[in-house]
Design a protein around this ligand. Structure first.
Ligand code: PLP
Length: 424
């Protein structure tokens, strides 16, 4: 191992990794289009778009230029009392493109923070109306909403390792995860456990928080749009706000611009992140309805008490604007639907393997669920030999490539998964 990697292993935390027996890390020297180039010379097709973010690929000329131009104007100014064109343009675009009724934008610096903001808005909304009983959240199991404390409290209790933090974590209410698959016949029984919980608990509930259509890092599960539709109806019926976390699903990934569109609903509060800047830097947004905004700011204290130092960072807003322009002019719909067709054809072949229990595809998301947990270090060596970058967790091998992936590059990804599991 060279000096750099040794230093890295001894001193640097990586995501979800042991400080004592860390998984190996590979050093990157360049990334361009769908490719990640390693210091050791390999050129890998990125199957995970750097965790859902790099939807247009790396080193994109339009996105690069947006950062350069904004750097030359100004890189950052505080957002308290100051504003700027990149933020104004971005918020205008977000209001236009998201489901109707979301007219107020709070710019946050990461997905988890946008979830904190959403939850805080919901709590303050009820508190400012003199209702101090509604301070809990309800959410289906198998969700993932981020790693900060409020977000963590609504993550799946098992995957989120709640047992480690029981005393420090707010206790929320968990409904069973939705069971009806996206493309199967809707089953009315699927919604009744949630409805039963709402009947009992609605007096103490501020909001229902859910990832629309695809539960991502909490299990890569794809569920029926009717479930989401019913969530919207039940929230209206029981006087609870609906928070949709589209941090992973937003900006075309599921075949619609936003996954809420599959169910034709609008939430009261919407979280966006990940692909917002096309994978260039950390930026997220919490959008809410006029009713929520008014509710939060009526009475005392009359303000929403949140304001990150780097709120509305102009560089991040500028590159987000460039990414949204590419979405608006680009062929994302055709690209995502071609990826979906090909993933359905090619990943389905994995069902013939003994190691595989399920294959799920929606839009540019492909999931292969295995019988037992995969050895990440081992399978990654295989993937790198095959010229691809895929990072499984547990029993889930999943891909969500940049939308610009070609059919040949996509086949490289699906064949690498097949051969890894065929050999095992
Ligand atoms: C990634 C993710 C988050 C957290 O975003 P960060 O930017 O990592 O803080 C929250 N919700 C969902 C659905 C996500 O996929």
């Amino acid at each position: 191992m060279n000096n750099n990697l040794e230093f890295d292993q001894q001193h640097i935390w990586h995501p979800y990794t042991s400080a004592i027996t860390p998984l190996p890390c590979y050093q990157v020297v360049k990334a361009e289009g769908v490719h990640i180039h390693l210091a050791t010379g390999e050129k890998l097709v990125d199957g995970v778009a750097s965790w859902w973010t790099a939807i247009h690929g790396y080193n994109h000329p339009k996105l690069n230029q947006a950062v350069i131009d904004q750097t030359q104007a100004f890189a950052h100014v505080m957002f308290g009392g100051l504003t700027h064109q990149p933020a104004i343009d971005l918020c205008r675009k977000l209001i236009d493109m998201t489901p109707s009724g979301l007219d107020r934008v709070f710019l946050a610096d990461s997905g988890s923070v946008s979830v904190e903001v959403a939850m805080k808005m919901a709590l303050q909304y009820w508190a400012c109306q003199g209702n101090d009983k509604k301070h809990k959240f309800i959410t289906p199991r198998n969700g993932y909403h981020g790693d900060t404390f409020a977000a963590m409290s609504v993550c799946d209790p098992i995957n989120g390792m709640h047992s480690l933090f029981t005393k420090a974590l707010s206790q929320q209410i968990f409904a069973p995860a939705p069971q009806t698959r996206f493309d199967k016949q809707w089953n009315e029984d699927d919604i009744s456990p949630l409805e039963d919980l709402l009947k009992v608990h609605h007096h103490e509930l501020a909001a229902l928080i859910i990832e629309p259509i695809v539960q991502n890092a909490g299990g890569m599960r794809i569920y029926h749009p009717e479930y989401l539709k019913r969530c919207r109806q039940l929230c209206n019926e029981y006087n609870i706000l609906l928070i949709c976390d589209e941090i992973a699903t937003g900006f075309g990934r599921t075949g619609k611009l936003f996954a809420c569109e599959h169910a034709d609903i609008s939430p009261d509060i919407l979280c966006l992140g990940k692909a917002l800047t096309g994978g260039y830097m950390s930026l997220a947004a919490t959008l809410c309805s006029e009713d929520v905004a008014q509710g939060v700011c009526q009475g005392e204290p009359g303000v929403f008490m949140h304001g990150p130092t780097f709120m509305g960072n102009p560089l991040a807003c500028a590159v987000a604007n460039a990414s949204l322009d590419v979405i608006q002019t680009n062929q994302w719909q055709a690209q995502v639907s071609a990826i979906e067709q090909q993933l359905k054809q090619e990943l389905t072949l994995c069902l013939a393997l003994d190691a595989v229990v399920d294959v799920r595809v929606l839009g540019a998301i492909g999931v292969v669920e295995t019988q037992s947990a995969v050895d990440v270090a081992e399978i990654q060596k295989h993937f790198i030999r095959q010229g691809v970058w895929i990072r499984p967790f547990g029993k889930l091998i999943y891909i969500m490539p940049p939308y610009i992936v070609t059919s040949e590059q996509l086949s490289l990804l699906t064949t690498a998964i097949y051969s890894a599991l065929d050999a095992s």
